[in-house]
Design a protein around this ligand. Sequence first.
Ligand code: KG4
Ligand code: ZN
Length: 342
Amino acid sequence: MNSSKDIYILGIESSCDDTSAAVIKNDKILSNIIAGQAVHKFYGGVVPELASRAHQQQIVPVVDSALKKAGITPDQLTGIAYTQGPGLLGSLLVGSSFAKAMGMALNIPIFPIHHMRAHVLAHFIADSGMRKPPFPFICLTVSGGHTQLLRVSDPQSFEILGETTDDAAGEAFDKGARLLNLPYPGGPEIDKLAAKGNPQKFTFTKPKVPGLNFSFSGLKTGFRNFVMNNQQKNPDFISENLTDLCASLQNTILEMLMENLKRAAKQTGIKHIALAGGVSANSGLRAMLEKEALASGWETYVPPLAYCTDNGAMIAIAGYFAMLAGDAGTQADAARARWKID
Ligand code: KG4
Ligand code: ZN
């Protein structure tokens, strides 16, 4: 058992298609190992059954590497944090069963963590390139499964200001990319190609949604119809217009995100604006945010890429906050495929 006052947390993430483990000493990062799952590329999307199997193969070596890289042995750990949900049930079960068994074997507390809260709390990992937002701040959380505008008042208080009523922003990228025959995950592919294209070349209708909510499924359908209609007239339409299609689709998605973000900042009067989730890796979104920050006097917070996409470090830091709050879980906590953030 660890006898020093320092808190060592092992964080385990297995909610989707990345198996990741990280170790932090208090809020300081010691290691963050992420193993992706190439198997899904062949199917153009995550296959839940295969994801679960890959997690089972990867979890032991990934945890082992995270401990080794951190230079600690399991008996030095103070606690283990794991993703309880939301996510793919079969994938969550691998991480949660592993964490519970390891916690029981070491006789240390375990901390069930909300995946989307952890994406936001990634901002508080102490590492180079990280700036911590002061409370309260607004966080635009954009991933493959979620799109949310949050008001974060402290590490445990999350208020949804707006969220998607259907598809997530990451899904809009991934499904658009699939239609353009780009590999999965499509977000990074569209990002790369968009940089060489004209974002004003094609325009797509943006749906009207009440309040600060989002809707991306109409855009997906509109984009599909547009591409298919043009392909009927010209079979080479996609290859001849690929960069412009990527730039225009990306621009439409980003404008939808930015419009609501600006309204949220105005409505709340909060000028500390953070990005979280996989889509915050998008270079166009980062550029738009910086431009708006200059125009509106915002302070912005965007973590390095490794802390934007799914990672164990964000689970570890969320576990650290849970530990400080005395919020340990039990062996009875069940994995939760669906789980609201507030
Ligand atoms: O947070 P994340 O790693 O996993 C989920 O919890 O969903 O987010 C994955 C999503 C995918 O939809 C992926 O296409 C998108 O983030 N993504 C991007 C970029 N990098 C990852 N989307 C746009 N531009 C990127 N550079
Ligand atoms: Zn995620």
